[in-house]
Design a protein around this ligand. Structure first.
Ligand code: ASN
Ligand code: ZN
Length: 315
């Protein structure tokens, strides 16, 4: 509970003082100075009770546990990305604390955002290795939090709005990875979750460059990349291939770094959406965002419009 969590944190601050260490846990304030990260990593110890026990607080030395440090470091890079590229101060743009629990359940083949924090499984060692190792997976989960706050009222996690919610997390996940590697759009792999899956299962979870490509991605992947192949009542992780591919096409058309033009257009569009937004609503929102940022009759506006045309979404 909220109370339990506050208590755990107080104890951890206290024990840091007792050990004569500098306490780096900032006092809880409604609004946090921008640029200040406030990460706390917890160990769920293979249970499902969240958040679990505090294992690393902001500024503390690395833990012995690799998953803890990966969750901490990758959340840090993701925070820096949103702050540097979009001038966003954390998930809520008010410096929200970044909480993450590792070792959730046993053999848990997933990671998620529960509305308040990030949660990571270790994988079963057969299909997946841990989920914290992939920066795009960490950024994907954290971005669910960003969407929750940046879209007025959030995006309902079903149907097209749910697939958009998923797609925004994949787009931001890929952008954070490209930003960390300082890769141009044309040089990026555009994969989500490369390196955390057993090679026999696939190279990555999803591809924004070629959604549904079964040699690149998970064998169970059925992502469409055009409305012609839209899956009625399909999973939000499937139909997300369509807006994912629209972002990819926009970024490639605009060249350079995807976070410099395509990224800001997509990010600005979030504020123009409503909770039940459709793909067409996102197409209009991104086109409008391109006009707001770059003007009308610009290469940016046309790149966005052409990208949605390519995936079969009518503006
Ligand atoms: N890893 C998945 C996601 O963040 C978990 C889920 O199905 N919500 O989308
Ligand atoms: Zn997701």
């Amino acid at each position: 509970s909220e109370e339990e969590r506050a208590c755990l944190l107080d104890q951890c601050e206290l024990s840091a003082h007792l050990r004569g260490q500098r306490s780096v846990m900032p006092t809880l304030a409604a609004t946090q100075r921008t640029g200040e990260q406030r990460r706390t990593i917890y160990d769920a110890r293979h249970k499902t009770t969240l958040p679990g026990r505090v294992v690393r607080t902001e500024g503390a030395a690395a833990a012995k546990d690799a998953a803890v440090n990966q969750a901490y470091d990758n959340a840090g890079v993701t925070y820096d990305f949103f702050h540097t590229v979009f001038q966003r101060n954390s998930v809520d743009n008010k410096g929200l604390r970044l909480d993450a629990s590792v070792h959730y359940q046993r053999n848990f083949n997933n990671a998620f955002w529960n509305g308040q924090q990030m949660v990571y499984g270790d994988g079963d060692g057969r299909l997946f290795h841990g989920f914290t190792a992939a920066i795009d997976v960490v950024a994907h989960e954290l971005s669910h939090g960003v969407t929750q706050y940046a879209v007025p009222g959030g995006l309902v996690y079903e149907g097209q709005s749910g697939a958009l919610n998923e797609s925004i997390s994949d787009v931001m996940g890929s952008l954070v990875k490209q930003w960390r590697l300082q890769q141009k759009a044309a040089d990026a792999d555009w994969l989500i979750g490369a390196g955390i899956m057993a090679p026999s299962v696939g190279k990555a979870l999803r591809s924004l460059a070629d959604p549904g490509n079964r040699t690149l991605t998970w064998s169970g992947d059925d992502q469409p990349k055009n409305m012609a192949d839209y899956i009625q009542d399909g999973d939000v992780h499937s139909n997300s291939g369509i807006p994912n591919h629209a972002f990819y096409a926009t970024a490639l058309a605009l060249q350079g770094h995807a976070w410099e033009k395509a990224g800001p257009i997509w990010y600005k569009a979030l504020g123009l959406l409503t909770p039940n937004a459709s793909f067409a609503d996102m197409a209009r929102a991104t086109a409008q965002a391109a006009v707001l940022l770059y003007g009308s009759d610009t290469a940016e506006q046309y790149a966005v419009q052409r990208a949605w045309q390519l995936v079969g979404v009518q503006l």
